[in-house]
Design a protein around this ligand. Structure first.
Ligand SMILES: Nc1ncnc2c1ncn2[C@@H]1O[C@H](COP(=O)(O)OP(=O)(O)O)[C@@H](O)[C@H]1O
Ligand SMILES: [Mg+2]
Length: 598
């Protein structure tokens, strides 16, 4: 599914630059003018030296003119470099912003199996730092190629203009410099990546420790962890020192090389000047150009490294962008025209088999029909496959065999948007967005009125809880609703159901984390919301599902028993076993159980 070719990654990312062609042309010309202005300066001085000072021309007006031109050249160089830089940063950032947007949009379309295979942490890296590296490519690497490349070419051009022999001598040193630079750079790169690896290990270690802090403290592991931290920290420290040291050596070596080249110039050029074969001004200009020569070479070799990490980032991003969603939407021809509000709510599992991994089936040949408006309870031990069945109904994954149907229509023929309007899912930990309560209930759909939201909240009994909050309905929920209790968050997700009116309602252990008071609130919210809807309730506590029209007992991916509470109790099988076990350990809530146990 993931495509390997490096080239297509490169081309795909470069295509993001296409809308900015004009800007790149602008950048090119600004660089050209900026550099030309900068490099004309030594030439100007050469003219002063050779055409005036050396021949004893003392005309002050002329010197003033040259000084003014020199100043003007500096200002021109400054202005164009400034424009070029701004243009480049603007372009680079726009390119990366649109890349980030596409990437995020693409990730949200991925099926659940995609997220099983990738750590959310590495996806965060993809969206944030890989795109940042690509931004560096556009702003630094490309700039260096254009600007420094042009600068080298122009320096060489000026040199040959001045004196061919001297220019030839200068160019002879060039390969030496280039080789040293490249060799050193690859060594530097190694030390750099070592430091990076060690830093990321250190960060991972800290993150792991923070999330497991209570375990560390509970088991008195502080000393052991501190020791390990000390080691990691030391490793990072030494890698850093090594990197800094090689950096200094490299830069000094480069300086020395530059100076040697300079000395050679002065020696050879000086002899030529004494022999009257060369003008003093030309020697001066050469010395200036030699100095200016080293900057671009240094830059280009440095950018080469950035370029290499860019290609890695590009490939990583491309591997995401080129991954097709595992659960594709139906094509327009196959698409069912079923509208969410027409749905009766019949659910059929027809010979369904499924496994997360190809060789590990979890659900085996499941057959189940749920009538419109029926209330189904599902119980079973952890890992029995209850949530998996729900994921299949929501089409987070596709079945490997058989089919899942709603009102006799295969859900693969429904656009996913429609499917999610038909099926409302409430999980143990409802997802709240950062935003007001109103927006969280109506999912940022402005067309749903405030009154509608408030009446939904009243309907599910969330009203009194919300009015106790300082901002009422406008209270801003921070990340994932951290200011609210689990039950309160759950009530908000019930209000969502009332607002969006899905024909099928599913609760997957929605009440597992609640205290008995909140559970009662949620329970009565459920009683009101489930009227007239096909409802599937998966519950840990049997009391939650006792009143269901039908209870399914799951074990190892099979439905092993089904019937009403009384039928199943009479039968004396798995369900009764679970029930007795729950009574014994007292995990079931008493409020519901005492009046119902026959
Ligand atoms: N994303 C997943 N990838 C691989 N295996 C999974 C995944 N989710 C659940 N499983 C496995 O599938 C089986 C059924 O899990 P699940 O449906 O969550 O059970 P339940 O909800 O009944 O506790 C378990 O063995 C579990 O380990
Ligand atoms: Mg589960």
């Amino acid at each position: 599914m993931e495509s390997k070719p490096n080239k297509s990654a490169f081309r795909a990312i470069l295509s993001y630059g296409r809308p900015h062609r004009l800007a790149f042309v602008g950048i090119f010309f600004c660089s050209l003018l900026g550099i030309a202005a900068e490099l004309s300066q030594p030439y100007l001085i050469k003219i002063v030296i050779d055409d005036h000072l050396a021949i004893g021309n003392t005309e002050i007006r002329f010197l003033m003119q040259v000084a003014l031109i020199y100043l003007a050249l500096s200002i021109i160089s400054f202005i164009f470099t400034y424009i070029q830089n701004n243009l480049l940063q603007y372009t680079g950032q726009s390119i990366v912003a649109s890349l980030r947007k596409d990437l995020f949009k693409h990730i949200t379309k991925m099926s659940m199996s995609f997220f099983d295979r990738r750590h959310s942490g590495s996806l965060v890296t993809n969206v944030s730092s890989d795109t940042e590296t690509i931004s560096q490519f556009f702003t630094q690497v490309l700039l260096s190629l254009i600007r420094d490349g042009m600068m080298l070419v122009m320096i060489i051009f000026f040199m040959f203009q001045l004196d061919v022999t001297m220019a030839a001598y200068s160019l002879a040193v060039l390969p030496v410099i280039a080789i040293v630079a490249v060799l050193f750079r690859s060594y530097l790169r190694e030390t750099y990546s070592q430091a990076r690896t060690r830093l990321s290990r250190l960060v991972a270690f800290i993150a792991e420790n923070l999330s497991g802090m209570f375990l560390i403290q509970a088991f008195h592991q502080e000393k052991e962890q501190l020791k390990q931290f000390g080691e990691q920290n030391g490793n990072y420290y030494s890698a850093n020192i090594r990197q800094v040291r090689s950096n200094v050596i490299f830069n000094r070596t480069f300086d020395i090389l530059g100076n040697i080249a300079l000395v050679l110039m002065v020696w050879l050029g000086g002899q030529a000047v004494l022999g009257k074969a060369l003008e003093v001004g030309v020697l001066y200009a050469f010395i200036s150009y030699i100095r200016q020569f080293f900057g671009p070479i240094n830059q280009i070799t440095m950018q080469w490294n950035t370029f290499q990490s860019t290609t890695v980032s590009m490939e990583r991003i491309w591997s995401i962008l080129s991954t097709q969603p595992g659960v594709p939407d139906p094509s327009d021809n196959d698409k069912s025209s079923l509208r969410p509000e027409q749905v009766e709510g019949k659910i059929t599992f027809n010979h369904v088999s499924f496994g997360y991994l190809a060789d590990q089936p979890i659900i085996h040949n499941l057959n189940l029909t749920i009538q419109p408006g029926e209330m189904i309870g599902v119980v079973g031990t952890t890992g029995a496959g209850k949530s998996t069945v729900i994921s299949l109904l929501n089409r987070f994954y596709d079945v490997t065999q058989g089919s899942v149907k709603i009102d006799n229509i295969d859900i693969r023929l429904l656009p996913q948007k429609t499917l999610h309007q038909i099926v409302g899912l409430i999980q143990q930990e409802p997802f709240l967005f950062s935003g007001s309560i109103i927006d969280n209930v109506r999912m940022f759909r402005e067309e749903i009125s405030r009154e509608e939201v408030m009446s939904a909240c009243r309907f599910v009994g969330a009203d009194s809880m919300i009015s106790r909050l300082s901002g009422g309905y406008d209270t801003h929920l921070s990340e994932r609703g951290s200011g609210l209790s689990a039950g309160e968050r759950q009530l908000i997700s019930f209000a969502r159901i009332v607002v969006f009116k899905p024909r099928i309602l599913i609760l997957d252990e929605a009440t597992a984390n609640l205290d008995s008071h909140t559970e009662q609130l949620v329970q009565s919210a459920l009683d009101s919301v489930s009227v007239g809807r096909t409802t599937i309730v998966i519950a840990h506590r049997l009391s939650t599902v006792m009143h269901a029209d039908r209870i399914l007992v799951m074990r190892d991916g099979f439905i092993v028993e089904s019937g009403t509470h009384h039928e199943l109790m009479k039968r004396g099988g798995c369900y009764k076993e679970l029930y007795d076990h729950a009574l014994e350990s007292g995990t079931d809530t008493k409020e519901h159980s005492h009046n119902d146990v026959g």
